[in-house]
Design a protein around this ligand. Structure first.
Ligand code: HEM
Length: 228
């Protein structure tokens, strides 16, 4: 019987880990986008209160953040390893890179997973430096002193360079999610032919909602703060 470690090290094990961690990170993104929609309001209080509410979870929030970091690391290491193994097996690329036809889901999104993944990682590093570890502004809401994240986000998204960067990164995130969601179900063995079209469609929907939602926020803030 194969040991736990040898299963994890196998391609099937790595794809399984990638699928579980990827789906969990999609759950985080849905929560993150839902909270960020509060930034669309001209009133800063609801968003600042929401961010302050999250902080009130204290050590529970720290544990959740550590789990998220662990998932990201596992996801990236497994992804890079599967990519390198595949390349080793076929060092010379195929000439034809178009769609492989109806039953196959080979597409621009599926063949660029490693590259869109790298861009998302770079985006994330800049994102955390800009916001989580960015300048600390303070405000008082209902007598409670808290971080004024709303002001920081508005300041950052008044810069067209940032807005443009977010738009490009979020389009690539959309491509990554579109293939990743469907592929995760394949890797988990949940690929009954009857349900796969539904799962594929759901993946497309999630990718569009998250990409358009995340890129719409900086564009909206830029228009509100600078143009209008
Ligand atoms: C419109 C787009 C986005 C906005 C306005 C936004 C805003 C923010 C802000 C203000 C924070 C700091 C929260 C705090 O310190 O309490 C944050 C944290 C974070 N964001 Fe975003 N975000 C956006 C998109 C994204 C995307 C697309 C991803 C992932 C690909 C992402 C991943 C994260 C992560 C992992 C954290 C750290 C969470 C934590 O440590 O609790 N964000 N975001």
């Amino acid at each position: 019987m194969p040991s736990f470690m040898s299963t994890v090290r196998s391609s099937v094990g790595k794809k399984f880990l990638m699928a579980i961690t990827g789906l969990a990170m999609i759950v985080f993104l849905i929560e993150h986008l839902t909270g960020n929609f509060l930034l669309l309001q001209p009133n800063p209080e609801p968003y600042n209160k929401y961010a302050h509410f999250l902080l009130s979870f204290g050590w529970l929030l720290i544990v959740a953040e550590l789990i998220l970091v662990a998932f990201l690391v596992i996801h990236m290491i497994s992804g890079i390893s599967v990519f390198l193994k595949k390349r080793q097996a076929r060092p010379v690329g195929y000439h034809v890179t178009g769609s492989a036809g109806k039953p196959s889901k080979k597409s621009f999104a599926s063949t660029t997973m490693i590259y869109t993944g790298i861009v998302i990682f770079i985006f994330l590093a800049i994102h955390l430096k800009t916001f989580k570890y960015g300048p600390y502004y303070e405000t008082t809401v209902d007598g409670v002193v808290m971080r004024d994240l709303y002001r920081l986000v508005n300041e950052v998204f008044s810069d067209p360079l940032y807005v443009g960067g977010y738009v490009v990164a979020m389009i690539l995130l959309g491509f990554h999610l579109r293939h990743g969601f469907w592929s995760a179900f394949q890797s988990l063995g949940l690929n009954h032919p009857r349900y796969m079209p539904i799962i594929y469609g759901l993946g497309v929907l999630i990718a569009i909602v998250l990409a358009v939602g995340f890129l719409g926020i900086p564009v909206w803030i830029y228009l509100r703060e600078v143009v209008l």
